[in-house]
Design a protein around this ligand. Structure first.
Ligand SMILES: Cc1ncc(COP(=O)(O)O)c(C=O)c1O
Length: 556
């Protein structure tokens, strides 16, 4: 199974961790300081404060604003829940603004509409690594006491108009969770140019204590044991084991992101011309860090199932936060997010993907869209019956019915069907796209009543055959169940599969069957004289058919 994400590890991360483990200082110490210094330099800011998660970074960055009850923070809905949770941790109210359909980043015009007197901050999320419209946001808050705190959990290495994300706003929050572009297992960072905020963040991440244990140990002689608690802080700092991984990862991030970009190029090339698929965009002036690769497709859930069946792990980023039960009281109407999440699917993307893995993902997606259309089962619902696809555990009951004398008579093959024959048939059936068999069920109590199938599905000539119709449960005989099942399946075959002609073959002496088919709109095309042999006697076979245009009038 190809995973959605996989951390990219080299021998250097292993050596770096080993070094720290052997050093005897595992906690917050020199490696964390080195990571902070290198990170600040990498994004081009004066300060970087390392934390134990991206969530902690968002929580503490917002805490710098000393938010009061009723204060509002504008966030997008298509993000990980941490973005909105961080607002609630601070006792303020998340206000959701919609996203752009193309890059799923916060929509500046909607942000402008959501700003009130209580708005204290905006938290844009660089979705999938694509930078938000930062100039637009800056413009919207001009002259207002509103701070921009970026959620750059996906955006390590991303650039906006030539500047690294992390250097664009008052505060930017990163995540080093196991699958992020820079990964430590867990971890986070806040970047800022404010010396004052840097100082407060350092206290807040360490329970409000004025000096770290490392600084006390190294710098101070007599009063090394002494410190002040200045505020109610949190236990939210990074440690040196994880920082050591972070330092190596940071040194590799440009190469790792380059590889991500190459894979995205391959995907886009392969998918851009598939009908019904939208590949991700990179807007002018933006350089994505390509944390996530997402497509927008119709029948997303079918594609998810198909990929899983083909050893490819898909994902969905994200179900809109405001639709989660916990957030429903905050209510918001966000038409783009509410529509687009149903179409987004994330595909495997990680730097260590092999060519074989990339090919397999491309092949699986391609095969899904090249598949012939299928019948939408959810629509196979009538007044009395529902049809559902046959499953392995239906086989026994169907065989029992099929082998009954009264039913056997209507079939051309009149020997009892053995279990082995049936299993052989079922194995062939599972691989056969031109054959669809359904179990007829009572719509209310969902018990099997019989079967019906279409086969020899021929998309070139837009036709198929219908058959294997039986009502095996005698209680339901002669009550119109077969009629309704046939009508339902004809309707779907014409509409979902786009066929023009459906035909069947029936013994010419089977007057009961012929009456049923005529009541469904079938007309006789012709008689095949003595076409089928049963117990050394030849029987005539009637060929009947119905055309889409004839059925249309009837099915309305
Ligand atoms: C957009 C976004 N924000 C915040 C976070 C939280 O980061 P962490 O898992 O490091 O707490 C994540 C993590 O997946 C994220 O994707």
């Amino acid at each position: 199974m190809i995973p959605l994400f996989r951390p990219s590890i080299s021998i250097d991360e292993i050596n770096a961790v080993t070094e720290v483990l052997k050093s005897g200082w595992w906690g917050l110490g020199p490696k964390t300081a080195e990571f902070e210094e290198k990170f600040a330099k990498y994004v081009g800011v004066q300060h970087a404060v390392a934390l134990n998660s991206g969530t902690a970074a968002l929580h503490l960055a917002l805490a710098l604003l000393d938010l009061k009850r009723g204060d509002e923070v504008i966030v997008p809905p298509i993000t990980f829940v941490s973005t909105a949770h961080a607002v609630l941790y601070n006792g303020a109210k998340p206000v959701f603004a919609d996203v752009y359909e193309d890059n799923l980043c916060i929509d500046v015009e909607d942000v402008a509409k959501k700003i009130t007197k209580r708005t204290r901050a905006i938290m844009p999320v660089h979705y999938a690594g694509h930078p938000c419209n930062m100039d637009g946001l800056r413009e919207v808050i001009k002259g207002k006491r509103i701070v921009i705190i970026e959620d750059a959990a996906h955006a390590c290495g991303a650039e906006y108009k030539g500047k690294k994300v992390g250097s664009l706003s008052e505060l930017t929050c990163f995540s080093f969770h196991a699958v992020k572009n820079v990964a430590c297992g867990e971890g986070g960072m806040v970047t800022t140019n404010s010396g004052e905020w840097d100082k407060v963040l350092r206290e807040m991440r360490w329970l409000g204590i004025s000096k770290s244990t490392w600084n006390r140990t190294v710098d101070e002689k007599v009063y090394a044991w002494f410190y002040h608690v200045n505020r109610l802080g949190f236990k939210a700092h990074l440690n040196d084991i994880l920082a050591a991984i972070g330092i190596v990862q940071l040194g590799r991030v440009e190469d790792l992101n380059k590889r991500r970009r190459e894979i995205v190029g391959r995907y886009n090339q392969a998918f851009k011309s598939i009908k019904g698929v939208k590949v991700p965009v990179e807007r002018k002036g933006c350089k994505s860090s390509w944390h996530i690769y997402h497509l927008k497709v119709e029948k997303r859930d079918d594609l998810i199932k198909f990929l899983k069946d083909n050893d490819v792990t898909p994902g969905v980023h994200y179900y809109p936060i405001h639709l989660h039960p916990y957030y429903r009281p905050l209510r918001a109407k966000l038409p783009v997010a509410e529509e687009v999440w149903k179409r987004i699917i994330s595909l495997p993307l990680f730097p260590s993907m092999t060519e074989e893995e990339i090919g397999k993902v491309i092949g699986a997606v391609g095969n899904f869209f090249a598949r012939p259309p299928v019948i939408d089962e959810f629509k196979l619902l009538g007044k009395k019956v529902r049809l559902r696809s046959i499953e392995a555990n239906d086989l026994e009951l169907l065989r029992e019915w099929r082998n009954r004398k009264d039913i056997q008579q209507a079939f051309f093959h009149q020997e009892p069907i053995t279990m082995e024959q049936q299993q052989d048939w079922y194995n062939r059936y599972l691989k056969d796209d031109t054959d669809m068999m359904f179990v007829i069920e009572d719509v209310k109590i969902h018990i099997p009543i019989g079967s019906i199938a279409i086969y020899h599905i021929d998309h070139n000539n837009k036709q198929c055959e219908i058959g294997r119709i039986m009502i095996g449960n005698k209680k339901y005989l002669g009550k119109g169940y077969a009629h309704e099942a046939t009508m339902l399946l004809l309707d779907r075959a014409f509409k979902d599969l786009g066929l023009n002609r459906i035909y069947l073959e029936v013994f010419n002496h089977n007057s009961r069957g012929i009456t049923l088919y005529e009541s469904c709109g079938f007309a006789t095309e012709g008689i095949k004289r003595e076409a089928v042999m049963v117990s050394s006697k030849r029987y005539d076979v009637r060929v009947m058919s119905i055309l889409k245009k004839e059925f249309g009038a009837d099915s309305k």
